[in-house]
Design a protein around this ligand. Structure first.
Ligand code: PGA
Ligand code: ZN
Length: 427
């Protein structure tokens, strides 16, 4: 096992998909295995997320990550060199220990995330295995349903849609590659439909590759999705299910939610969700209310009686403690899993494991500021979550994950299973 010993750790400042600096870490093991990890970055961040270190000086308009890079090279590298990458959870625990804060504010979650992913990728490379197999063993065979964010609003786009993400889930396919194909057909059909209806400016894309049309109302976006699905020759509600990420903390202000040009109280917003679930095949709603209003999550969950999943993101920030609290308290059916919200793969894994034990849903997710790092594709397959969010099927930082899932499916050559509609069913 001595080939897994970490010999070299090096961090570098690189760029993410928004042109912001981010942390990249490379790890080399004694056996010559190499692994790389790059930290993504969110735009609509939960208040309780692990802290991302930014330099705040003149360079890169304050967005530089020189301090986080230095934290890796000066503190993390000497502390983990000589440890076994095979025991990556011990490496993560060491990183947590030297950070010593409850929210990674000393080293920076961008530093710890990139290192954690680099270590496990180096271990997989040393073992001569793809990451999903290194993590999940031979039982890791389920390809996830992609929740594709094809209309962008909120903090990810320069339009008036309050909800941040309108997603299509191609469940009417028997393989991941077929699911990707039908989703691309709907994405292209949607593009033509939006151009026809709103003019050429409507097909500009937002941060996650979805279109950012000049729509004003939530219903307009959902109607466009249903129409595009049917124009492409598929059935909404059967071949495609819909999902939304309201990211409601972003439009909650002064005690009201600013939606569709109106100020709604929590009760009125709850009614809107119930109506939308009745009118459209929406099967999953993420962050329907602000993160400090969990009681409304609970009320909505009981009002919907299982007709749509309630998913925490800003509410739960990949923290096993928060996931456990809100799942047990009846506020959510599952949670978004983002390694950089908590800072290490080991801690993200704890949240996935907890949800599995409790019968909840784990949706492995990208961030709006992404990179060419494809680890999340492997993580989704490794833990058999059945669900992944990686944006629209456009823009390299989004398609890199979908392309990696194509490679994984090909590697498993017929021995894999596509999660399909069952991925949304509560067990
Ligand atoms: P973020 O948004 O990456 O900008 O935080 C993604 C999400 O809310 O799911
Ligand atoms: Zn979200």
């Amino acid at each position: 096992m001595s080939e897994f010993v970490i010999e070299h750790v090096r961090a570098l400042q690189v760029l993410d998909s928004r042109g912001d600096p981010t942390v990249e870490v490379s790890v080399v093991t004694r056996g010559g295995g190499c692994g790389r990890g790059i930290a993504p970055a969110g735009a609509s961040r939960g208040l309780r997320e692990a802290v991302e270190l930014r330099d705040g000086d003149k360079r890169y308009l304050g967005r530089g990550v020189g301090k986080a890079v230095e934290a890796v090279n000066k503190y993390i590298a000497p502390a983990i060199t000589g440890m076994s990458s095979y025991r990556f959870r011990d490496v993560d625990r060491r990183i947590i220990e030297i950070d010593g804060t409850p929210n990674k504010s000393r080293l920076g979650a961008n530093a710890t995330t990139a290192t954690s992913l680099a270590v496990v990728n180096a271990a997989a490379d040393t073992a001569g295995l793809p990451l999903f197999e290194f993590l999940g063993g031979r039982l890791a065979r389920v390809l996830p349903v992609p929740l594709m964010n094809v209309i962008n609003g909120g903090a990810h786009a320069g339009n008036e849609l309050s909800f941040q993400e309108f997603m299509i889930a191609p469940v009417g396919a028997s393989t991941f590659s077929e699911a990707l194909r039908i989703a691309v057909e709907v994405y292209k059909t949607l593009k033509e439909l939006l151009k026809r209806t709103y003019g050429p400016a409507a097909i500009n894309v937002g941060d996650e590759g979805g279109f950012a049309p000049p729509m004003k109302e939530t219903r307009e976006a959902l109607e466009a999705l249903v129409k595009a699905i049917s124009e492409a020759g598929y059935r909404a509600g059967e071949d495609f299910l819909l999902a939304v990420d309201a990211a409601a903390s972003q439009f909650y202000s002064g005690g009201a939610y600013l939606v569709d040009g109106r100020r709604l109280g929590g009760d009125r917003l709850l009614e809107l969700y119930v109506d939308l679930v009745a009118e459209f095949p929406v099967v999953s709603i993420e962050d329907p209310f602000a993160e400090d209003q969990p009681h409304y999550f609970r009320e909505l969950k009981s009002a919907l009686r299982g007709r749509a999943l309630i998913i925490g993101d800003d509410l739960t920030v990949t923290s096993a403690r928060l996931v456990s609290e809100y799942f047990s308290g009846g506020a959510i059916d599952g949670a978004i899993i983002k390694v950089n919200q908590i800072g290490t793969l080991t801690e993200a894994e704890e949240s996935v494991e907890l949800l599995r034990r409790l019968g909840g849903k784990a949706i492995v997710s990208h961030r709006s500021g992404e990179t060419e790092d494809v680890s999340i594709a492997h993580i989704a397959v490794a833990y058999g979550t059945g669900l992944i969010k990686s944006g629209a099927p456009a823009r390299g930082e989004r398609t890199s994950k979908y392309n990696e899932l194509l490679r994984i499916e090909d590697y498993l050559s017929g021995d894999s299973r596509y999660a399909g509609a069952g991925a949304f069913r509560r067990s």
